[in-house]
Design a protein around this ligand. Structure first.
Ligand SMILES: [Zn+2]
Ligand SMILES: [Zn+2]
Length: 179
């Protein structure tokens, strides 16, 4: 009897501790979200100015090309066009690579606030993973890809950076709209 009481006390204390922990996590998550929202605004501003720079660079490039073709095709010689073709090839392959590998398998879009499952290492948008988690509220959440149970997730800043750079470089149109 006494043993059972002791056990119950222990369980209650553990539950209490867990609750405190969860509250702390909640506060931390809220602060983090507020911080991210601010930085998202800054990032949008940056993307807008970068898109302008890309436009300008493309204009400059076009000008340079027309000057070169006017000056009698000297300089780089006859290999220029095949070089250009090769470059375009590499570029479009790379674009495809970026599109398929920086994609969240829940929403099939580029990651937004990439978040990695601690344990299996798969990554998703923060929101997609949260929605998935909410759906699985009873019991432990599992990874949408490999179904491994997990306790926690971490933001994947490297992926976020990569997505941001890729969008700036290859999809300036999308950058203006969605991000
Ligand atoms: Zn997603
Ligand atoms: Zn997984």
């Amino acid at each position: 009897m006494e043993l059972r009481l002791r056990e119950a006390g222990k369980a209650a204390r553990a539950a209490r501790r867990r609750e405190d922990q969860l509250n702390e996590e909640l506060v931390r998550a809220r602060t983090e979200r507020a911080r991210k929202e601010r930085s998202l605004e800054e990032a949008r501003e940056e993307v807008r100015s970068l898109a302008k720079r890309v436009e300008k660079a493309e204009l400059d490039k076009a000008k340079a090309e027309s000057i070169r073709s006017c000056s009698g095709g000297g300089g780089a010689g006859p290999s220029t066009s095949s070089n250009e073709g090769f470059f375009q090839d590499v570029l479009s392959n790379f674009k495809e690579l970026v599109e398929t590998n920086l994609q969240c398998s829940v929403c099939s879009e580029l990651f937004v606030f990439a978040t990695t499952v601690v344990g299996c290492g798969h990554s998703f948008c923060e929101e997609c993973l949260e929605e998935w988690r909410a759906m699985k509220e009873e019991g432990r959440p599992n990874c949408p890809i490999c179904r491994a149970n997990f306790r926690s997730t971490v933001p994947c800043l490297a992926l976020d950076d990569y997505v941001e750079k890729a969008v700036e470089g290859f999809f300036p149109e999308d950058a203006k709209e969605a991000r």
